[in-house]
Write a protein that binds this ligand. Structure first.
Ligand code: NDP
Length: 279
């Protein structure tokens, strides 16, 4: 496993396991598998409704808590100082732990400044080690970074071979904030797993398309948290530290970048509906 050093001197694994859309009744089982395979970093959120499953699997593993890195996120529905503060207590209890390794503002909507202040207090109280944001565009990120007391350690944003976030990586570096990818496979969009460029590079290294895609991000210093509920694919996604992409591979993958989201087309009615439902 490779690790990154965050701006507050905490260490975070470069590869973790995400549980977005994993139903609560399946979460404990898949997180158990993930722990068996060797994953120690887990990414959940209040909005996913499955923090309990993550917490139970970790607790019942009988592996020391300090060997795990747990991330959760404050949902839009809990935005604002008071509600966020209560929700942090609820997350701790659902995750069955006395501290959260990384707590993020899930989306830059609602009173997220209030949420951020509650997160800063939680750090001072020892309930949270690191705080950060997610889905923050440059303008929102630069604003909060200038008007907060504890600087965000992470911005978790859509990042994959088709949206490489070249600009975000540059500005986050300037602020000493680590980029973390969500959707490292773009959830399979754009025929991800059959991409010919990734396939060809994979054949050269004896690796799969998914492994090449993860390795590209890891070599680019992006934290990844792929999601799979399939044990073989979970193993496949974990085995990405025994090969290296060369400069030619990297150049070819660079050309896949579309420089825009495959998810948030703000003129798409379903995207607008999603935001209405989130509020
Ligand atoms: P991913 O890009 O990780 O894609 C997941 C999909 O790819 C699933 O359908 C999975 O199917 C499939 N898959 C996984 N591994 C393989 C493989 N090796 N070969 C073929 N198919 C594979 O999508 P996510 O959106 O889940 O992103 C990862 C994590 O990022 C989330 O789980 C969540 O923790 C976080 N996230 C955060 C967001 C935010 O707003 N902050 C937004 C979205 C995600 P199967 O399960 O059947 O294997």
């Amino acid at each position: 496993m490779d690790y990154v050093l965050l701006n507050n001197n905490e260490i975070m694994p470069k590869l973790g396991y995400g549980v977005f859309k994993t139903p609560l009744d399946e979460t404990k089982r898949v997180v158990n598998y993930a722990i068996e395979i060797g994953y120690r970093s887990f990414d959940t959120a209040q909005a996913y409704g499955n923090e309990e499953g993550v917490g139970e699997a970790i607790k019942e593993s009988h592996i020391k808590r300090e060997n795990f890195f747990i991330t959760t996120k404050i949902s839009i529905k809990n935005s604002g100082y008071e509600k966020a503060k209560i929700s942090i207590g609820e997350s701790l209890s659902k995750l069955k732990t006395d501290y959260i390794d990384l707590l993020l503002v899930h989306q830059p909507f609602g009173d997220y400044y209030g949420s951020y202040r509650a997160m800063e207090d939680a750090v001072r109280e020892g309930k949270v080690k690191s705080i950060g944001v997610s889905n923050f565009s440059p303008d929102r990120f630069i604003d909060i970074q200038n008007f907060c007391n504890i600087k965000p350690t992470i911005n978790q944003i859509e990042t994959h071979v088709f949206q490489q976030q070249v600009v975000a990586i540059k500005y986050l570096k300037k602020y000493n904030c680590q980029i973390e990818s969500w959707g490292p496979f773009a959830e399979g969009r754009n025929d991800f797993f059959n991409n010919n460029v990734l396939k060809k590079i994979g054949e050269k290294h004896g690796k799969t398309t998914a492994q090449v895609a993860l390795r590209f991000l890891i070599q680019n210093d992006v934290i990844v948290i792929p999601k799979s509920v399939n044990k073989n694919r979970m193993e496949e996604n974990f085995n990405v530290f025994d090969f290296k992409l060369d400069s030619e591979d990297i150049e070819d993958i660079r050309l896949l970048d579309k420089g825009k989201s495959l998810f948030y087309d703000h003129s798409d009615p379903s995207v607008v509906e999603y935001f209405i439902d989130s509020m």
